[in-house]
Design a protein around this ligand. Structure first.
Ligand SMILES: *Cc1c(COP(=O)(O)O)cnc(C)c1O
Length: 228
């Protein structure tokens, strides 16, 4: 059997549905972001034709060349680190920026969004494992950053995103649970009703993430195949 994007997607979809029903969650509570980094615009078109509504890219420049040839029928998420000097381009390309980790970047995005007359949805990236090589704020610093982002009128801060350290299932589950607890605490302490998202889980662990409350999973290779 030939492994097409549509076939892989349908296998992922079944696993998402199972994870939702195992954990008593509605399928509509989880958004699947298909991560197309390194894959072509025609692969993205194939995914969209097969029912994908949300696409993730990790680099602004790579996204720029692909998105130019695509119809705007999906929502585009930036899931990789953003240098603040690329804020303007990022705002013009993406509907959601999942990787805000400083108030400086928040300010640049807000200014760019205001200039375009656009409301930009953003998530705050949390470095749950406090790993040197990863971007994101430490969990302890997330509430202060989110409070600092509140005055930016063209940003809507809707939740948290993380990439946990590579580890076993129990450890991964614990990191996901910690992010959920952090989201709940921030939402309650700051009284933020739109603060609902938890973007966590990739090809290797999206089912665990759903069981732990993910509202957004970011799945690449399980849909598009191995990256070259
Ligand atoms: C590449 C990437 C993914 C998808 O990874 P897969 O293991 O291919 O599913 C998810 N999130 C981020 C931030 C990524 O860079």
């Amino acid at each position: 059997m030939i492994e097409t994007v549509a076939r892989r997607l349908s296998a992922v979809e079944q696993r998402i549905e199972s994870a939702c029903s195992r954990s008593g969650r509605s399928r509509s509570a989880v958004t699947l972001v298909a991560v197309s980094k390194t894959f072509s615009a025609s692969d993205i078109e194939e995914a969209i034709a097969a029912g994908v509504t949300d696409i993730g890219e990790n680099k602004v420049q790579e996204a720029e060349s692909k998105l130019a040839s695509l119809e705007r029928v999906a929502r585009f998420h930036l899931i990789g680190h953003l240098q603040s000097n690329k804020s303007k381009l990022a705002v013009s390309l993406f509907d959601v920026v999942q990787t805000v980790d400083s108030s400086k970047l928040g300010r640049r995005l807000n200014d760019a969004a205001a200039a375009e007359g656009k409301q930009l949805e953003v998530l705050v990236q949390v470095n749950v494992g406090e790993e040197e090589q990863k971007h994101g704020v430490r969990a302890a610093d997330a509430p202060a950053l989110i409070a600092e982002l509140q005055p930016f009128e063209n940003l809507e801060v809707t939740g948290l995103m993380t990439i946990p350290p590579v580890g076993g299932e129990a450890e991964t589950r614990e990191y996901f649970g910690n992010l959920r607890a952090l989201r709940d605490r921030i939402r309650d302490d700051l009284g933020l009703t739109p603060f609902r998202h938890l973007s966590m889980g990739m090809s290797a662990d999206y089912e665990i993430a759903i069981e732990e409350g993910a509202t957004i999973v970011r799945v690449g290779s399980a849909i598009f195949g191995r990256r070259g």
